[in-house]
Design a protein around this ligand. Structure first.
Ligand SMILES: C[S@@+](CC[C@H](N)C(=O)[O-])C[C@H]1O[C@@H](n2cnc3c(N)ncnc32)[C@H](O)[C@@H]1O
Length: 215
């Protein structure tokens, strides 16, 4: 093999191996230590590849978000999906974005202001104690968040509480996220918290799960 070809092969191998090693390392660390990801990582997962696989406006439709809905978005990160959800619910609806990180909430508020979106309420809150009455929302949606929460069962019970009787719970996940959970794990957890699976879209690499309340 010529030197040039050898260099090309080495570069390709490094480009392929590096992300896998990085992903596996971060995943191993986060298996033992769950904590909200720093802002730069939230920006890193909001990359062109992810936006191609999960375009914000398409994701809003896939999440079953419709005009007039009251939607709670858990863990909005930098707010890219929040804006799409807000466009989808329109002037008669509202999106409440809650995040445990004040920095993320500031980003969402700033982005809404920049984009002239007025139907978003961004608020610092913990998923275990959402500061809203029972049955307030038509949809609770969490994209690449649930795997980051140390006690997802407790969080899912809280999502059940704030949803109306006809409300939907929606998770979207992508394998690129080091906290990616298997769909089967979320189905088991949601079922134990009083939900039944309604729809599943996507595949192993990226999927959306929609649940309804049982009964
Ligand atoms: C990986 S980011 C995902 C951001 C966004 N949903 C997206 O897909 O681009 C996870 C978000 O969940 C938030 N988060 C983590 N733990 C949380 C908790 N216990 N309560 C509320 N938000 C939390 C983080 O601060 C972060 O904004």
């Amino acid at each position: 093999m010529g030197t040039d070809l050898r260099i090309v092969v080495i570069v390709i191998v490094v480009l392929l191996v590096f992300p896998i090693v990085l992903h596996s390392t971060v995943r191993a660390i986060r298996y033992f230590h769950k904590f909200p990801i720093p802002q730069f990582l939230a920006d890193l997962i909001d990359n062109p590849l992810r936006r191609k696989i999960m375009p914000p406006d398409v994701l809003a439709i896939r999440h079953g978000i419709e005009p007039g809905m009251r939607v709670m978005e858990i863990g909005p990160g930098n707010g890219r999906y929040t804006m799409a959800f807000a466009r989808c619910v329109g002037a008669q609806g509202k999106v409440v974005a809650v995040d445990i990180e004040p920095k993320m909430i500031r980003r969402v508020s700033a982005r809404a202001k920049e984009e002239g979106v007025t139907n978003i309420e961004a608020r610092v809150a913990d998923v275990y104690e959402l500061p809203y009455d029972d049955g307030t929302f038509d949809a609770v949606t969490a994209t690449a968040v649930i795997g980051e929460i140390p006690d997802p069962d407790r969080a899912i019970h809280e999502f059940h509480r704030v949803l109306s009787s006809s409300g939907i719970l929606v998770f979207s996940e992508i394998l690129l996220d080091p906290d990616y959970p298997l769909a089967g794990t979320l189905i088991r957890k949601a079922s134990a918290a009083g939900f039944r699976p309604d729809r599943r879209i996507g595949n192993f690499f990226f999927y959306t799960l929609i649940f309804k309340k049982k009964g």
